[in-house]
Design a protein around this ligand. Sequence first.
Ligand SMILES: Cc1ncc(COP(=O)(O)O)c(C=O)c1O
Length: 364
Amino acid sequence: MNPAVVAWPSHGGQASALLARFGLPEHHPLIDFSANLNPLGPPAWVPERLAELVSGLARYPASDYTAACAAIAHHESISPEQVLLTNGGAEAIFLSAALHAGGWAGIVQPTFTEYARACRAYGVAIASTALTGLDFKLEWEALGTTLEECDVMFLCRPNNPTATLISRATIEALLEMARARDCRLVIDEAFVDFIVEDDERLTPLLARFDNLILLRSLTKFYTLPGLRLGYLLANADTVNQARSYQPPWSVNHLAAELVAPLLSDTGFQSRTFRWLREEHSRMAKALGACGLEVAPSRANFFLVRPEPGGETCAALFERLLHSGILARHTHNFPGLEGDWLRLALRDRADNDRLLEALQNVRDA
Ligand SMILES: Cc1ncc(COP(=O)(O)O)c(C=O)c1O
């Protein structure tokens, strides 16, 4: 295939399409900074537990997933009726769109591209607003107008790809404003487990706001994207309605059985927080020192672009690829249009390789 015609892949972790696009061999060695996964995972006990669970594959899973929902409810301090187990955060996004089929959704760009795709799949019309400035702030007035028009607004917290976090106080104000306009907020918190501060958790707001749906993923923090595991939290009626759109046995037996042990693995959680505290602040400074503008990150990844006068983002992406570093391009994020790169936080050795590559590009 002619490399020039290979399209930009729509998600991270798709190295082969990018290698083909740039005419590099299939086995060109790469460190993948394009997928935002916890480098410490999956927890070491997972393979053995999965092997033990294999015998259960000969039966259908119980479709109410009682034990998994109870474990999530305990973890989140809410009732099991407020929990819907899903086939990854992705299924939770599509179920949220299904709830508003034929309606209007607000999407704040740039953000995760699957909200728009899910809306299109269910005939939900989209009204977009934009985050502004280098710190990707919400435009309060524009948001108010959008909420007026919409049945639902999708927000991502922390936001992929900007890594910025809308504060809990702002979310509370938005929920009030949305409630007054009969609008629901769907807040995708696929990366929220990487936020160390407890006072940023939104789960307690479920008790006060019927117009709130929270979406979570277990694939990022526990490094299990191939297993597919996530959940949706809302009031019991909304959960039941979302369940009515879910295919039967949507979550497989292996995934469902891992929920309780994953959520109770406090050792893995503490090790992850230790790594995050050390590497996040180190890398935020070091990336800036490599001649990059860095959007204020509250997640396990960074959105960066070359400082004005430096080389173009496209050239940087290609040179990193040649040096064995796979960054996430931003061509399919409205508002970024390829002018930024997203870089995951990895372990210290890999992060040092990235810094070395960036320094070499700078010195060349
Ligand atoms: C913001 C966001 N939400 C949801 C998902 C989907 O995650 P999952 O693997 O749980 O389906 C992703 C995956 O990249 C994501 O970035």
